[in-house]
Design a protein around this ligand. Structure first.
Ligand code: HSE
Length: 295
């Protein structure tokens, strides 16, 4: 039996569309056991207890890619989730990583970190959730051809990540569907400046630079229209003096950064009175990434 713990993630971080992401101390845990044959899944809704399950598909992807399907046995998967589903906190990435890491153990392939990073990125389609979920910390990553170039970015320890999670879901597919096919040159220049400033601010502990750096013109203006309450939360966080506010991944979760517990509590009090039951999770960066806890 193996137990794998994978952190939630927040992708994009404002200007870093499809490249920046960070891992958070909120976790999904998966227990795997090989069977002689068949598939048994517990801990999720009935509609996911079949071969279409993302954890199982990710597990099988490894055996198919390395052409070792003859080694694949039956599988039992137990799921214990803390990460809200379809909210922009990387719940799908946790499933992909768990499936791939379990396959790496049971197949005996002993894949390197670079190979694992490529596999999980291929399955997800973009690297900004799966890379921090696997490695921990804040990360930057790009996929070019069949290679992922990724690195870890240090972050100030005192940052509190306030994840404001509404009671409604928003699929990544729908949220990507409202993005334009082309962007204005000025908007691209706006983001390039800010993404480089954000990396530098985080790496060098320049908390004063985070706020201007977190702005975005490539995805948030289009997606905000899908999220009832977006403007109210952004405006309130601004009034309270938060260090940066951005859409977490494809949304609908909104992330607000501060070093001040009292500001976090004030935003929580505001959000819980709003329609759609917004709940605030006070989170910190996870520095360990995915962990295999028992073999
Ligand atoms: N970078 C992705 C997006 C993250 O914004 O669509 C969601 O998976």
């Amino acid at each position: 039996m193996i137990k794998i713990r994978v952190p939630a993630t927040s992708a994009n971080i404002g200007p870093g569309f499809d490249c920046l992401g960070l891992a958070l101390n909120l976790y999904n845990t998966f227990v795997f056991e090989e069977l002689d044959s068949g598939l048994e899944i517990t801990g999720c809704e009935d509609e996911f207890k079949n071969e279409d399950n993302l954890i199982y598909r990710s597990f099988k992807y490894v055996y198919e890619k390395y052409d070792i399907m003859d080694k694949m046995k039956g599988l039992k998967i137990g799921i214990d989730t803390q990460v809200p589903v379809c909210r922009g906190l990387g719940s799908s990435a946790t499933c992909i990583i768990a499936g791939v890491l379990a396959a790496n153990v049971y197949s005996g392939l002993d894949l390197s970190t670079d190979e694992l990073v490529l596999l999980v990125t291929e399955i997800e389609g973009h690297p900004d959730n799966v890379v921090p979920a696997l490695l921990g910390n804040m990360t930057t990553a790009i996929l070019e051809g069949n290679k992922v170039y990724a690195d870890i970015i240090n972050t100030p320890d005192e940052l509190i990540f306030c994840a404001l999670v509404p009671n409604f879901r928003l699929s990544t597919e729908k949220s990507r569907g409202v993005l334009p096919k082309e962007v204005d040159y000025k908007d691209a220049v706006f983001n390039v400046g800010r993404v480089s400033l954000l990396v530098s601010a985080m790496q060098n502990n320049r908390i004063d630079l985070i706020k201007p750096a977190c702005k975005d013109l490539l995805h948030q203006p289009y997606r905000s229209k899908l999220i009832d309450g977006y403007d109210d939360i952004f405006n309130r966080a601004e009034e309270l003096g938060f260090l940066g506010v951005f859409l977490s991944g494809a949304g609908p979760t909104i992330m607000a950064l501060t070093t001040d517990e009292k500001k976090a509590d004030a935003l929580r009090d505001f959000a819980k009175e709003m329609p759609n039951g917004w709940n605030l999770y006070k989170l910190k960066i996870d520095k360990e990434g995915a962990l295999i806890e028992g073999i």
